[in-house]
Design a protein around this ligand. Structure first.
Ligand code: ZN
Length: 175
């Protein structure tokens, strides 16, 4: 799900760049914040809140929409803290609000009579061919799965979601 914060983030970036020399003061260096600097940091904080609100709103709509339409929701039990520690993945994960999405699906279960299941984080949902079960390395940037055994060519997410749907029961637990 592409989170629609792009415009707000661009604005944030411009704001930060234009004001890159403004500081809020430093006791040790005996620098006092100018009024312009104070105004800027208030504005900056507001822009961060604005982005957070867009994210929450978008994920709330998405999780409600899916919860209304589905009976069973199966998601990967991704190692979020481990992924955040990995810098390449950090922005992708936080941008997709993975943990927040999982939390929303979980608490919405009683409202929509859904059942949320987590698939073991070591289950090779992306590396496995959903047609023949062959497992091969799959780079993070590869968007298409090309099976070296049966020749299956499939969208990365589509292949992974079929594998999650068909995951063996011993790899699944309730959220
Ligand atoms: Zn295959």
């Amino acid at each position: 799900m592409p989170v629609t914060t792009k415009k707000a983030k661009t604005k944030l970036g411009k704001l930060q760049w234009r004001n890159r020399n403004k500081v809020l003061g430093n006791n040790l260096l005996k620098i006092r914040a100018s009024n312009k600097a104070k105004r800027y940091y208030t504005k900056l904080a507001r822009q961060h809140v604005h982005i957070a609100n867009i994210r929450l709103d978008t994920t709330q709509k998405m999780t409600t929409d899916i919860s209304r339409k589905a009976a069973l929701i199966r998601i990967e039990d991704l190692n979020v803290s481990g992924m955040i520690a990995n810098h390449k993945l950090a922005s992708a994960v936080s941008n997709n609000c993975f943990y927040e999405i999982r939390r929303q699906f979980t608490y919405k279960q009683p409202f929509y009579a859904t059942r949320v299941e987590l698939v073991d984080r070591w289950f090779p949902s992306s590396k496995m061919c959903s047609k023949c079960g062959h497992i091969q390395p799959m780079g993070l940037s590869e968007r298409v799965y090309r099976c070296g055994v049966c020749g299956n060519i499939q969208d990365r997410d589509e292949n992974a979601s079929i594998n999650l749907r068909d995951a063996p029961l011993n790899k699944i637990r309730l959220a």
